[in-house]
Design a protein around this ligand. Structure first.
Ligand SMILES: [Mn+2]
Length: 317
């Protein structure tokens, strides 16, 4: 049914897995050296897509759900779509933890980045955890040990995976159109205003900003009319509509697309300014899965974020 990924249902062998992680890592390092991707500019962990992609596909949290990932690839006919590097498939991060197939999902996304380097953009989620923000539901090291044998989690394997995680994008944007992050907008928006012409830059992403990009959530109401509050997640913040308005105004974009929160495939916050996508069912049986598919024309004629709902594709259960 899924062609070349069919064998993944029987697991991945350690050598071919780590070989692919190495290849994807090299692809990401090369991209950072040349500072280019088709139709866009790469500044470290920031990607600016100067040309609106012919077709744009965005996938939210996967959390080790191989089946949902392969369904999306099949529905979008990935081999023919990704062969055209003016199309873009953007993953919002959170590939691992919670589901059964974190290793297989990593395998597939590494394969895609290696095979279609100019069509695929991999963002970092909070589960692709930086050393600075460890948390307890990170079960990837245990999965590696179970699948590849004792001590793998503390070996060169895990080091290579961590290095790969460090190269993933934190902020991707299409000027005049959309901003993409895993979690949310940092409440410190001075960092955008300072570099208004260029947008956010890699060097503006301090650890504190990275924490917010990976962990923040939009919220509709905050006590006493405050613009933000600390998150109950332990890291990051809840940001209110004023923060969203300021970011979209300053960057002259229409919409933020992010993942990070389970929902029925998608949800809208802040009067259509924030779209959340969630593309995982296995570890969240009470939620739905969906992805976004939008053409350049549809994106250019988008007036407000709410209008994008017609481009959301729900995954069949
Ligand atoms: Mn997340």
């Amino acid at each position: 049914m899924f062609g070349e990924f069919e064998q993944l249902y029987n697991g991945v062998d350690a050598n071919s897995f780590i070989e692919l992680v190495d290849m994807a890592t090299n692809t990401l390092m090369q991209e950072k050296q040349t500072r280019q991707i088709t139709g866009g500019m790469v500044d470290g962990r920031v990607i600016k897509l100067v040309e609106v992609p012919d077709e744009l596909f965005i996938v939210g949290d996967l959390h080790g759900d191989l089946k949902s990932l392969l369904l999306v690839l099949k529905e979008i006919d990935y081999e023919s779509k990704l062969a055209n590097s003016r199309n873009k498939l953007i993953f919002l991060g959170d590939y691992v933890d919670r589901g059964r197939s974190s290793i297989e999902v990593l395998y597939v996304i590494c394969y895609l980045k290696h095979k279609f380097p100019n069509s695929v953009i991999l963002m970092r989620g909070n589960h692709e955890a930086p050393m600075e923000f460890p948390f307890s539901s990170h079960d990837l090291p245990i999965k590696l040990t179970q699948e590849f044998g004792r001590n793998v989690a503390h070996s060169i394997y895990y080091d290579k995976i961590l290095h790969f995680f460090e190269l993933l994008s934190l902020f991707v944007f299409v000027p005049e159109q959309i901003l993409m992050v895993h979690g949310g907008l940092p409440i410190e928006f001075e960092l955008l205003r300072r570099n208004k012409a260029e947008g956010i830059q890699d060097r503006s992403i301090t650890n504190a900003v990275m924490e917010e990009l990976l962990w923040n959530d939009p919220i509709e109401h905050i006590d006493r009319g405050l613009e933000w509050e600390y998150s109950r997640r332990g890291y990051g913040k809840h940001f209110g509509i004023e923060v969203s308005k300021r970011w979209l105004d300053a960057s002259t974009t229409k919409l933020v697309v992010r993942g990070h929160e389970p929902c029925q495939g998608f949800k809208i916050n802040h009067d259509g300014r924030i779209l959340t996508l969630f593309t995982c069912r296995e570890a969240y049986p009470n939620f739905g899965a969906a992805y976004l598919r939008i053409s350049a024309d549809e994106l250019l004629y988008l007036i407000q974020g709410k209008d994008i709902v017609q481009n959301i594709k729900k995954l069949a259960v």
